[in-house]
Design a protein around this ligand. Structure first.
Ligand code: 5GP
Length: 217
């Protein structure tokens, strides 16, 4: 059972018209809607950090960021856990960080096997309480494979925080901590990309057909 199951955004939710928010000129005309304004995303992350800190208690955390899409969620989350630490009367939770990169997407389609790049030696995880921090869970395949890999290093515990989980048909995987459960649409923004574009967009948005074409490889 997830500790934080996430705010449910229903399938018929229309979001906000992009013109109501500041977005880079480059992306104007390429967005179907603003699904989650940046402020809402940040406020939700603050609460996730509190849930995680309370759930983990006095144990040290080894936070593993899944790059690149997870980097903003990761820094926001860790900053809030740190802040929570500063105000706590109990002992400080020690937080270590590390980074991995996975490659599986081209355009908006999953491309075969999950591949870890940028870090071959995961033996630093042995004996740690690992918190995997990911941007989006879609079919759940990536996370299941990554969890199997992480657990093979004899970690003390392995938990998963994902900013978004899509209600994709056939995905029954749910992370321990989830920001939002969203419809099965391709999302961008808040460091989440489409062919390396849209990472510099502050809000989580749904890309439209024009945008998919314009920024395809
Ligand atoms: P899964 O294995 O769960 O199907 O896919 C998860 C991976 O695909 C994650 O690493 C995530 O970055 C990427 N992904 C899934 N859905 C989206 C999406 O809507 N937008 C982007 N940019 N990436 C996605």
């Amino acid at each position: 059972e997830p500790v934080s199951p996430g705010i449910i955004i229903p399938d018929d939710y229309k979001g906000y018209h992009p013109d109501f928010f500041c977005t880079p000129k480059l992306y104007q005309g390429s967005l179907e809607c603003v699904l989650l304004p940046g402020g809402v995303v940040r406020d939700r992350i603050e609460k996730l950090a509190q849930d995680i800190a309370e759930d983990i208690g006095n144990e040290p955390i080894f936070a593993l960021c899944v790059l690149k899409g997870g980097y903003k969620f990761f820094t926001d989350l860790i900053d809030h856990i740190k802040k929570y630490n500063h105000y706590a009367t109990r002992n400080t939770i020690r937080i270590s960080v590390d980074f991995i990169r996975l490659k599986s997407y081209k355009d908006d389609a999953a491309a075969g096997q999950v591949q870890i790049i940028g870090k071959e030696d995961l033996s630093v995880l042995t004996g740690q309480n690992v918190l995997i921090v990911e941007d989006v869970i879609d079919t759940g395949r990536t996370m299941k494979e990554l969890l199997t890999l992480v657990k093979s290093y004899h970690v003390k515990s392995a938990k998963v925080a994902s900013l978004l989980v899509k209600r994709t048909k056939g995905n029954f995987y749910r992370p321990d901590y989830c920001g939002f459960e969203v419809p099965d649409k391709f999302v961008v923004g808040y460091a989440i990309d489409y062919n390396e574009y849209f990472r510099d967009l502050d809000h989580v948005c749904v890309i439209n057909e024009h945008g998919k074409k314009r920024f395809s490889t």
